[in-house]
Design a protein around this ligand. Structure first.
Ligand code: HEC
Length: 112
């Protein structure tokens, strides 16, 4: 069977366009605040970062940038692992390194 290039061309074009949109979509820069609200952080830590849904969950508002960033990385990687870690770990696939930085910046500037 002869392979028809012209027939497949629109399909390829659509695929490439789709990929371009997808990559723009993921590279789209949300602010730390938007990430905090969109990636469900507020559901456990509270909108203000200091009204967690459970008393055993940490207050994070105004915590040092470096510390917050490191804790997120460690929880994501599993380096930090205690009885509470799994609930937080379950959502860490939603954020990459750049987003964790934006989140850490936002959290560290929240009033204590
Ligand atoms: C399902 C509930 C839940 C969600 C959603 C959640 N967290 Fe957490 N988070 C926790 C718990 C529980 C801990 C404590 C985990 C531990 O001790 O290892 C924690 C720990 C943290 C810490 C470390 C605090 C400290 O004092 O060491 C930071 C920072 C943090 N979360 C930020 C976030 C951010 C940012 C998001 C959104 C991307 C988020 N969390 C989403 C439950 C959650």
């Amino acid at each position: 069977m002869k392979f028809n290039t012209w027939r497949i061309l629109p399909v390829l074009a659509a695929l490439v366009a789709g990929l371009a949109v997808a990559s723009v979509g993921s590279a789209q820069t949300l602010t730390g605040e938007e990430l905090y609200n969109q990636r469900t952080c507020f559901t456990c830590h509270g909108k203000d970062g200091k009204t967690p849904i459970l008393p055993s969950y940490p207050l994070i508002a105004g915590q040092n940038f470096e510390y917050v960033l490191q804790q997120m990385k460690d929880i994501k990687s599993g380096a930090r692992s205690n009885a509470n870690s799994p609930s937080m770990q379950g959502i860490m696939h939603l954020v990459n390194d750049d987003e964790m930085k934006l989140l850490a910046e936002y959290i560290s500037k929240l009033p204590r």
